[in-house]
Design a binder for this molecule. Sequence first.
Ligand SMILES: Nc1ncnc2c1ncn2[C@@H]1O[C@H](COP(=O)(O)OP(=O)(O)OP(=O)(O)O)[C@@H](O)[C@H]1O
Ligand SMILES: [Mg+2]
Length: 169
Amino acid sequence: MRRGPSDEMKINALYPGTFDPPTNGHIDLVERGSKIFDHVTVAVLTNPVKNPLFTVEERVEMLQEATRGFGNVSVATFDGMMVDFAREIGAKVVLRGIRAISDYEHEFQMALMNRRLAPELETVFLQPAGRYSFVSSRMVKEVVSFGGKVEGLVPPNVIKRLKSRIKKS
Ligand SMILES: Nc1ncnc2c1ncn2[C@@H]1O[C@H](COP(=O)(O)OP(=O)(O)OP(=O)(O)O)[C@@H](O)[C@H]1O
Ligand SMILES: [Mg+2]
């Protein structure tokens, strides 16, 4: 008799990042991950980043709004080491995105360090759709701060928040 996977066989993936703010590149990766894995936890790193534009709570809200349509995605926060949080939530996979070769060196170093720290955890790299392969949170903030348009590069809820945040400051 064929059965569905038991809970131990389910593959939960952890997608950690700063998400200041989430972009369509991030959401594209979440969607791809949600089709491969049983569950994806998107987790906002709360270690202090230099001058984040959005609070951790705002980033969580933006991610929740943008991933509401996926049935098997949740949003969390963590501090300290990613591998500890992965163990805590029972994730077997760490999901990361590779936009270009330039991402690879840093991601490769992190993946190997994480493997040393937690050999049972596998890092899986996914590529976004080509139209998002140049999008980063930093570039989006830069463009908006100079009055440029980022429609199509970030979710609509993020556009609203970016505009009001950058107007106020
Ligand atoms: N456009 C994108 N397509 C695919 N993966 C992405 C994209 N942007 C970020 N990622 C990946 O998502 C993960 C988390 O990234 P992070 O939160 O640092 O976003 P970022 O856009 O690189 O932000 P920043 O510009 O502040 O560095 C990393 O693995 C990163 O490579
Ligand atoms: Mg980055």
